[in-house]
Unconditional design. Structure first.
Lengths: 305, 305, 305, 305
C-alpha cells in the first residue's frame, strides 16, 4: 500500500527532473495566471487509504472534469432515456468542434464534448430545482469541504470570452436540442466548470467510479453499479477528446481531463488518481498529467487492460 | 466454472426465442450463402477450461477479426514505430470510409478501419518473407487445426467485388502510405479476411489477449504484456467502427467484429469469448453477437469497467 | 421593348396556371404571415423603361438580397483588401452552414453566406459612422421612396429566433474575424435584412449592376465598372447558396435571392429584373421566382452565356 | 480587329518580363518534361479571324480541358437526363477529391471534377460504339488536322501513376455510378486526357461554345444554342476547381484549365481564346494563363459581366 506513496513520489520526482512542454490554457485570462510549474498527485484506494505528493493540496479549476459529474447527475435520474439527446461515440474531433453537429442534427456525439455538456446542462435544468446547489451539495458531501464553490472570477472571465460556447449553445438551440433559455444553460455550464478543487478532493470524488457509484462510507450514492460501469466506458472512449484512443493506449484507465491542467482516472474496484499540472499539450490535455499516468500504469502494471 | 456453461446456454436460448434483426452481409455473393439463423458461442478461460453452445463448432469467415492478428504480427516486430503509419484514434466513421484520409494525409485513424488494415498489410510485406504463411502458422500453432487456410472462393469473390478496397489501397498509394504494389497489398489483405474458423478456435486464438500475449501452454508467444495491454486498448476504442463507444458502453470488453457475423472479446486475465451470428445491424456488427455479449457482461457483472 | 411587357405577362400567367410548390419561410413567425400565392415581376432596362406584372408594387422583406448591397458598400471603400476577410468561392453548402468555417479558420467562403454577410457587417461598422443610415440613404436616393426603412417587427422577430446567426457571429468572433461587439454586428445585419421593398424598387436598385455601378441618371455612383463586373461574377457563382450552379445553368444571369421570396437578377448592359413569390424550394430559393427566370431567359434567349 | 493581335502581343510581352511562379505538373513523369517557360496564346473570333503570339503553334497535353468535350458528347445525346448521374454545382474542393462523393452517394458534384469526368466517360461507353474515335473525329473535323491523336506515352505514364484516378473510379463503382468495367472507363478517360493540341486548335475547337454549338463553317454541329449556353454556365461555375469563383471574379469568362498548362475561355458570340504556360499555381491552374486572361479582360473591358 505504501508502495503507492513511493511510486507516485518517484514518478513525481522523475517528471520534475525532465523538461515540461506545452502551454497553460490562455483562452481566458484568469486561467493563465496559474503557476505553470505546479505538479500535484493524489491517489485514493477502495480500502480507504490515500496518498499525495507535490502540490496535491492546491486548489485548481477543474473545468471539463465537471462534465463527468454533470452527466452522472443527469444519468442517475433519466437512465438510458438520456441517450436520445446525446450519443456515446468518440467524435474524432477537438473538444469545441461544431463540425459534426450539423451532420448529426444537433445530437452531440458524446457528453464530454462542450456541445454534449451544454445539452446535459439543459437536461439538468429540467431535472433539478437548483442544479448548481445539487452539484455543490454532492461535492461537499463527498469531500467534507464546505468551502467548495464556484469561482466567480473564473466563471465571469470564461463567460466574457466564451464566444465558442455561445456559438455552440445557440447552434444547438437552432437545431432543437436545447429546451431552456440558451443563456441560462450557458451560465450553468460555465459556473460548474469554474469549481476549484485539489487533487485529493478530486480523487475522493471520482472514487465513486471506482466503487460502484458510491462513496466508501456509503453515505453518498450517485449511481448504481451498472450505471457506474457505463460511465467508466464513456470516460475511456470519450474522456480525452481526439486523444482518447492515445490515452487508452498509453494509460489504459477511464478518466477525464480539464484545461485547468487536471486529469483524474480510475481503476474500477481499486483506486482513483488525480494529477494536476497546468501545461497542456496541443490536444488540450495536461502534458505532465499524461506522462505521470502513463508511467504509473506502466510501473504498477495496473490498468483495465 | 460450469456456471459459464449454464450462462451461455441460457443466453443462447433466450436469443433464439427472441426475433433476430439485421441482414447477412451481401456485398459479396459468397458471404450471403450462409444460414442467417446460425448462433454459436464459445468461451475459454485462462484456467484452460472452455465452453460452447449452439453452432460453436461451425466454421465461418472471420473477415475483419483478422485485422487484430495482422496488427499483432506487425506490432511485435516494429513496436511503437508502427504508429508513424497508422493512428490509434477512433474515427467516428464507417469501416470503409475514405473521408478522413484526405484530411489526415494518408494516415488512417486506426488499424481496424479497412484503410488501416491495408497499411498494416503493406507493412507485413516488408517485415515477413511470406506473411500469408506466417499468419497460417500462427493460427495452426494456436488451434492445433492444420486445416485452417484461406478460403479461395470467398477470397476470389471479395477481390472481384472489392471496389471500395481497391479505391482505398490506390488512394493510400496516391497519398504515399503504401510501399508495395497495390494489388499485392490488396490480395494479402483479402486472403487473410477469407480465413474460416469456428468459435472455439477464435476464442483460443484471442486467449493471447487475455493471457499477456501468449497461449496458455506458453508455446506461442505473440506479444509482450505491455503490447498486449495496448492491443486491448485499441480493440476497445476502435474495434467496432462507429459503434465502438456503444460497444464499450453496453458490453465493456475489448473486442473485434467481422462482417461474417463473428465477434470476439476478451476480459484480460480471465477469459476470451467468441460469438457468431450472421445477421448484421446497420453498423455492420452482428446483431445477436452484440446482444449476447451485452447480456453476458450484465449477468456475470464481469467487464473491464 | 413592349415585348418585355408581353413576355413577363405571359410567363406570369403561365405560372399562375401551374401548381406552385414549396413552403413560405417559417423560421421566424413574422415572415410566415405573408400570402403564399403572391407573384410579382418588374423589369427595368438600361434605356430607362420599366415593366411590371402581378404583385409588383407590393412590399416584401428583401432579406439576403441586401447582402449584395452590404458587400457593395464595403467593396467601394476597401477595394480588394476586402478579400482578406472573406473569400469569393462558392461553398457547396447551405446558406447558414458552419461546417467549412472551422476548416477555413474563420474566413467565410463568400460574402453571400450568412457568415460572410456578418463579416461584411463588421467591416461596415469600421468604415461608416452610421452604416444603417448609409444603407437607407442609398436606397432612398435610388428609388426616390423616402418611406424605405427597416421593418422593426421583422427585425425583432428575426433577432429573437436567430439562434443560428448568433452561433455564427460568435463562432466568427472566436475565430478572430469579428472586430466589433458581436451583438452590434448581429443587429446591424438583421436590421438590414428586414428592409421591405417592392419589385420595381428592387429592379431599379439592381440597375446599378447592369449599368456599370451607377444609376441611370448618374446621380448615384456606387461602384466603378471593374468593381461592378466583379460583383456580378460573385452573384453568379455564389448568389444562390448550394443552388448557384443550377441557377447559372438554368437561368444564366447573375442574381441574388432572399428567403422573403424575392430574386433579383441582371443582364449587364441590358436590364435588371426582380421577381417575388414567397414559396421557397428546399434550397431556400423562391420556387416560382426560379421558374419565371428560367422561362424568361429561355424565351428571350438573353443571358450572359 | 487587329487590335486583338496588338493586345495579346503586349500582354504576352508584359508577362515574359515579369517573373513566373508555380511548378510544372510533376505527378506523372512525362508531363514534367515540358519546357516550363513556354507561353503561347491564340484568339479566334466569330468573324473567322484568328490571332496568335509566342508558342501558339506548339502542341501540349490538353488534359482536363478535354472534360468539356467529353461532357458535350454526352450532353448532345442524352440531354438533361445526364444530370441524374452527375451534378452541376461547384464543389468547393480540389479536382481529385473523394470527400464529397461519400456524402453525395456517388453523384459527383459536377462533370469537371475527375470523378465527374469518369462518370461521363462511363456514359460515353454506353452512347458511342467507339467513343475514342468519335472524339478524334470531332477534333479532326474542327481543326482540319488529321494528325491529332492520343499521346501513348503520356497516356501510359498517367495510367501507371494514376492511383488517385483508380481510387476514384473504383469508389464510384462501389457507389453504383459506373456501369462499365472500371478499367475500361479509366483507360478511356486517360486516353482522352492525353490528346495534344496547340493554342490555335484549341481556340478553334472552343469556338463551338462561342458560336451556339457549331463551327463557323457550320459543318460541325455539336450542341444546340440552349445546350451551348448551359455548357458555358457549367464552365463558369465549375471550370477551375476550387478557384472557379476567383476566375469568374478576375477574368469573367467561362473556361476550362488543364494541368498541362492550358486554359481556354470564351466570350459567347464574340471569341474564344486559348493560353498555354506550363507552370501551375497551387490550385493546379496555369499561373501565367490566369494572369494573361485577367489582364486581357481588364484591358479590353470584355467579359460576360
Amino acid at each position: 500500500m505504501s508502495d503507492y506513496q513511493k511510486i507516485i513520489e518517484h514518478i513525481h520526482d522523475d517528471l520534475l527532473r525532465r523538461k515540461s512542454y506545452g502551454e497553460v490554457a490562455s483562452y481566458i485570462p484568469e486561467l493563465a495566471h496559474v503557476d505553470a510549474e505546479k505538479l500535484g498527485v493524489s491517489l485514493a484506494t477502495v480500502n480507504g487509504d490515500y496518498f499525495g505528493v507535490g502540490d496535491w493540496q492546491d486548489q485548481f479549476s477543474i473545468q471539463s472534469i465537471v462534465k463527468v459529474l454533470l452527466l452522472s447527475m443527469a444519468y442517475t435520474k433519466l437512465g438510458g432515456q438520456l441517450w436520445q439527446r446525446v450519443g456515446v461515440e468518440p467524435s474524432g474531433t477537438p473538444f469545441n468542434s461544431l463540425g459534426t453537429l450539423e451532420h448529426d442534427k444537433g445530437i452531440p456525439r458524446n457528453p464530454f464534448s462542450n456541445a454534449g455538456a451544454l445539452v446535459i446542462s439543459d437536461i439538468l435544468l429540467d431535472l433539478y430545482d437548483d442544479p448548481r446547489q445539487a452539484m455543490l451539495d454532492l461535492l461537499k458531501n463527498i469531500t467534507g469541504d464546505k468551502s467548495i464553490g464556484f469561482d466567480p472570477i473564473i466563471a465571469a472571465s470564461e463567460k466574457a470570452h466564451g464566444y465558442r460556447n455561445v456559438a455552440l449553445v445557440n447552434f444547438l438551440k437552432s437545431l432543437g436540442n436545447i429546451n431552456n433559455d440558451e443563456e441560462v444553460v450557458f451560465n450553468l455550464y460555465l459556473d460548474c466548470c469554474s469549481i476549484s478543487m485539489n487533487c485529493l478532493q478530486l480523487a475522493r470524488t471520482f472514487m465513486l467510479f471506482a466503487n460502484h457509484g458510491q462513496t466508501l462510507d456509503g453515505k453518498t450514492h450517485l449511481l448504481n453499479p451498472s450505471q457506474t460501469k457505463r460511465m467508466n466506458a464513456i470516460m475511456l472512449t470519450c474522456g480525452f477528446y481526439d486523444e482518447a484512443g492515445d490515452f487508452a493506449y498509453k494509460v489504459g484507465l477511464p478518466g477525464k481531463s480539464g484545461v485547468g491542467g487536471g486529469i483524474v482516472a480510475v481503476l474500477p474496484q481499486h483506486f482513483s488518481v488525480a494529477v494536476w499540472s497546468p501545461r497542456l499539450n496541443e490536444k488540450g490535455n495536461s502534458y505532465r498529467g499524461l506522462k505521470f499516468l502513463e508511467q504509473f500504469t506502466t510501473e504498477t502494471e495496473q490498468s483495465i487492460f
